[in-house]
Design a protein around this ligand. Structure first.
Ligand code: PHE
Length: 346
């Protein structure tokens, strides 16, 4: 066999090898177990003894040449592949997606409620979370001995400053700086040293609303609150006013809506058609959602309004509670734990 001819063939063939699989094919063809070198080695025995040593050396040399060629080719193919990957843009690959954030469910609830009032002509005002004791209590006709002024019920910063325990002090701020007619809603955080459980948090959200002008009546309050409840909970919702006491309104009321689960029927039907006590309203058929009333004449006096000239209503609602009822959330802590599995549902 003509080793020189084989060598020439190898040289042309290796030049045509343009991929790693093709190189592997080439290697098997020459260096594989049944490859050409193996065949040549096997044929050694048939070579006449004078030429055998020489032929053996030539086969060995050829084998070494092949190994070097293959190693060099492999190196050049691998660097070429790496360069391709680095340089080319594969427009078929999926892009790097950016996760969109969203508004917190309570922010969404605040926006939804405020918008209802804005459409009725109210403006939105905010006030500070650190308040004076005067605005939070005294100006609102809350006497010094009232239990809510106790250190157990309010976070005091010092003698005069505290974390506001409701949004009502913003009534004082607005009335002191503006003259009637006024129609204002005030969303914001409020703070109370309550033990945290499924329905209590040391910080929660309220929306205060008030309207002041000549001849504002309790019926204006009723009409506006009913419209608000129907916008949030649907047209079927019913509303009731229960007499209550707040120092800053007279008369005062607590306002309930008909239970959004049992519809005021006090019972729900289980899948087996058995009637059971509604657990959301505790079988009462009603759910408390806010406090309200006609602004007390003493509050008007404290801000320099003439109570004979002006009347007005005020209400304060709990945003967290309304969001819980609307979305069927049974634990207020879910709002404050930053668990994306919860937040992503809104
Ligand atoms: N500020 C009262 C509370 O936090 C709610 C309220 C506001 C009641 C306005 C009447 C009028 O409980």
């Amino acid at each position: 066999m003509d080793i020189a001819a084989i060598k020439a063939q190898i040289d042309t063939e290796i030049q045509k090898v343009d991929s790693l699989p093709a190189l592997e094919e080439f290697r098997v063809k020459y260096l594989g177990r049944k490859g050409l070198i193996a065949q040549l080695t096997a044929s050694l025995a048939t070579i006449p003894s004078e030429g055998r040593a020489n032929f053996g050396q030539q086969v060995n040399a050829l084998k070494n040449t092949l190994s070097t060629l293959i190693a060099e080719k492999q190196k050049s193919l691998t660097t070429a592949t790496a360069a391709n990957v680095g340089g080319a843009v594969d427009i078929g690959l999926p892009g790097i997606s950016q996760e969109l954030g969203r508004l917190h469910p309570l922010t969404q609830m605040i926006d939804e409620i405020c918008l209802i009032f804005v459409r009725l002509g109210f403006s939105v005002v905010e006030g500070p979370e650190i308040e004076t004791e005067y605005n939070n209590f005294t100006a609102l006709n809350i006497p010094a001995e009232h239990p809510s002024r106790d250190v157990f019920d309010t976070f005091y910063i010092n003698q005069n400053l505290l974390l506001r325990s409701h949004t009502s002090p913003v009534q004082i701020r607005v009335m002191k700086s503006q003259k009637p007619p006024l129609a204002v809603v005030v969303p914001g955080r409020v703070y109370r040293p309550d033990a945290v459980d499924a329905s209590h948090s040391f910080m929660f959200h309220q929306i205060e609303g008030f309207m002041v002008d000549r001849e504002i009546r309790f019926s204006d309050l009723k009409g506006i609150l009913k419209l608000f409840a129907q916008e949030v909970f649907g047209k079927e919702i019913k509303m009731r006013f229960r007499p209550h006491f707040f120092p800053f309104t007279e008369p005062s009321a607590e306002v309930d809506i008909s239970c959004i689960i049992c519809g005021g029927h006090q019972v729900t039907r289980s899948p087996g058609h058995q009637e059971k006590h509604c657990s959301v309203c505790g079988g009462k058929g009603w759910l408390e959602i806010l406090g309200a009333g006609m602004i007390h004449p003493n509050v008007f006096k404290n801000v320099g309004y003439d109570p004979k000239k002006y009347t007005g209503f005020a209400f304060g609602l709990g945003v967290d509670r309304i969001a819980m009822l609307k979305y069927g959330i049974d634990d207020i802590r879910l709002f404050y734990e930053n668990d994306l599995r919860f937040l992503k549902q809104f």
